[in-house]
Design a protein around this ligand. Structure first.
Ligand code: ZN
Length: 346
């Protein structure tokens, strides 16, 4: 089948690739419709690796996907041919200890699309377990369906924070994950989000999404703004979504005593934080690796109209333009958030 293949670092082609995918009894075959370009896809394209994950063989990119069911296995019960769906890209071993404990995102044997050596889904069809394939309500588009994957990260972050109604949250980093983290925090009950970044157009967009106060960290102090808005108490939750060393070093500054820091952004280079600053506030520090158990809730929030991901979909390319889409995403203008590729029309 014709796929978007990363041959090696910086070399991306659209070409035929042999992908033999038998349909198991609990699987569905999905014809892909919309695929989002993720920071990780772009990172593999530019660098050929993310930490220990190195692209050694040609690999199909893409993991944020929606599509339509075209074939179902003999034991499939909740999906049928024609259903519009989105898919969770990680398939854990159902018998692993992590999976049995409910921590399936942490299963060391998880097979995650477009994480070497597992192929991604920038291609016409994929076979996927029914258990990780979710029906889209009629009022949720394929474009929105392909946003469920990055939104799931924010949903998981919101769960980890254990938000209480009315909490004030800080989100540092206004990239796609930061934006979706802010939306998930608001949907989870936060009364307001204070969002910091150094790129003004991203902050302007963030401010249009809801009760979100933008803070340009190049011009003003995040801590000062937060203290101002909270009578000097601090934010209940700080979501670190920038992966930026400087931002992460000061992560406890805007936090209230007894507050929670959630580490969401994956740093390009390892960095540490000051334990004594954490102790002084008895901060609870949580971390996020992908997500688990949040897809149905993310889809329900989009369908209900309580959470709108559409303003974040800023650029769409056709499948034939996939290579341009990656070049564009690698040098994205500051007004862009999420690039999507339309693999096929319905
Ligand atoms: Zn992603």
């Amino acid at each position: 089948m014709e796929a978007v293949v990363l041959e090696r670092q910086k070399e991306l082609t659209i070409r035929d690739i042999e992908l033999d995918e038998p349909l198991g009894p609990h699987d569905v075959r999905v014809a892909l419709r919309t695929v989002g370009v993720c920071g990780s896809d772009v990172h593999y394209y530019e660098w050929g690796a993310i930490g220990p994950y190195v692209v050694r063989e040609p690999m199909v990119l893409g993991h944020e996907a929606s599509g339509r069911v075209v074939e179902v296995g003999s034991e499939v019960t909740h999906l049928k041919v024609g259903d519009r769906v989105c898919m969770e890209p990680g398939i854990p071993d159902p018998n692993s200890r992590a999976t049995r404990l409910g921590l399936y995102n942490l299963d060391p044997a998880v097979r995650f699309w477009a994480t070497p050596p597992v192929h991604g889904i920038l291609r016409p069809t994929v076979v996927h377990p029914e258990a990780f394939t979710f029906k889209l309500p009629d009022n949720v588009s394929y474009e929105e369906g392909a946003m469920v994957e990055p939104l799931a990260v924010g949903m998981h972050g919101a769960n980890k924070a254990r938000i209480r109604p009315g909490d004030v949250a800080v989100v540092s980093g206004a990239g796609p994950i930061g934006m979706l983290q802010a939306l998930a925090a608001l949907a989870g009950g936060c009364s307001q989000v204070i969002m910091s970044d150094v790129v003004q157009p991203k902050l302007d967009l963030a401010a249009s999404l809801g009760p979100i106060t933008p803070v340009n960290a190049a011009k003003e102090s995040l801590k000062d703004v937060v203290m101002d808005l909270t009578d000097g108490w601090g934010a209940d939750i700080v979501f670190e979504c920038s992966g930026n060393q400087k931002a992460a070093e000061s992560v406890f500054e805007p936090l209230c005593p007894g507050g929670c820091v959630v580490l969401v952004g994956i740093p390009g280079q390892p960095f540490g934080f000051d334990v004594t600053k954490s102790q002084a506030k008895e901060a609870r520090v949580e971390s996020v690796f992908r997500y688990a158990h949040v897809y149905p809730r993310a889809i329900a929030l989009i369908a209900s109209g309580q959470l709108n991901v559409k303003p974040l979909i800023t650029d769409t390319f056709s499948f034939a333009e996939s290579v341009q889409a990656f070049e564009y995403a690698a040098h994205m203008p500051s007004t862009s958030v999420k690039v999507q590729i339309e693999v096929a029309k319905d």
